[in-house]
Design a protein around this ligand. Structure first.
Ligand code: HEM
Length: 163
């Protein structure tokens, strides 16, 4: 799930606080934009590169717990998180075992802001059926991925400042 996103989540400050050096008066709305957090140079090396290895458990362990928040964080965490991850892995594994997918050359994909961020106009792909032999060779060395990120439900003041 390469940095799938909700566009923005909002929290209302219950009391005065300081986040990243900014005073947040009680009652203020604070908007968090995962697109920015997920590409912020403070948390990610080479943030625009496609690098699935950045989600290896040892690299996740090196990062701030809230650097990756596709499902939000704190008490309002997405209740469908585990279902969504299981559904995505099931679809990707079933399709990729049966078909090799190659991008059809075309214009660059432009992200489209909707309820979630999605590729505007879709992504054209060529699906080539895999033979039994190729299927076995291709999947033999693949390790099942897991969702190892997660911003905890309860955060202390220091954590909330993403310090
Ligand atoms: C890839 C798929 C999904 C993504 C990226 C996603 C993302 C999110 C995010 C970021 C939030 C928190 C919003 C906030 O903090 O204000 C949220 C909340 C929520 N999500 Fe998801 N979600 C996904 C799939 C699902 C599914 C499949 C379900 C239900 C089966 C679901 C049900 C909910 C509900 C009920 C909430 C509100 C929880 C609350 O306010 O206490 N989501 N989701």
């Amino acid at each position: 799930m390469e940095r799938l996103l909700s566009l923005v989540f909002r929290r209302t400050a219950l009391e005065d606080d300081v986040v990243g050096g900014y005073h947040i008066p009680a009652g203020s709305d604070v908007l968090m934009v995962p697109y920015i957090i997920h590409r912020h140079e403070s948390f990610w090396d080479n943030p625009e590169a496609f690098d699935p290895d950045r989600f290896l458990p040892e690299r996740v362990a090196e990062r701030h717990r809230c650097a990756y928040v596709p499902f939000g964080g704190g008490p309002r965490l997405c209740i469908g998180m585990h279902f969504a991850v299981m559904e995505a892995l099931t679809i990707v594994s079933m399709v990729s075992q049966r078909y090799r997918l190659d991008r059809v050359p075309g214009p660059a994909v432009i992200p489209e802001a909707s309820f979630t961020l999605r590729p505007g106009g879709g992504v054209r792909m060529k699906a080539t059926p895999r033979s039994r032999q190729t299927r076995k060779a291709d999947v033999e060395d693949v390790e099942a991925p897991s969702y190892t990120g997660g911003c905890p439900r309860r955060l202390g003041i220091a954590d909330r400042a993403l310090g």
